[in-house]
Write a protein of this length. Sequence first.
Length: 93
Amino acid sequence: MGAVMAERDHKLISTPVSVNDGFKRADSQTWFVLLIAAAVAVVIVLIIELTVEKPSVRWPQSPTQAPAPAAAPASDEPRTYDVAPPSAVPPPG
């Protein structure tokens, strides 16, 4: 009884074992319907793309950098990378 019911099953209900088996089971009408549906979808997307106006995007402005201050006059203070004054370094030897 089970074998008789399996023969009457619609071929879309049965699961193909492989992709190649699925291609063998598909009929030309299925491919025709799928191609028509894909073509209609592409046409709809193109019509929407050409007719619907897209709003212009307003990107935020990046903050402008303040101009660099003029060169400061030389001071007696050591710069941050001066670790010790030159006179504090012992002679080599």
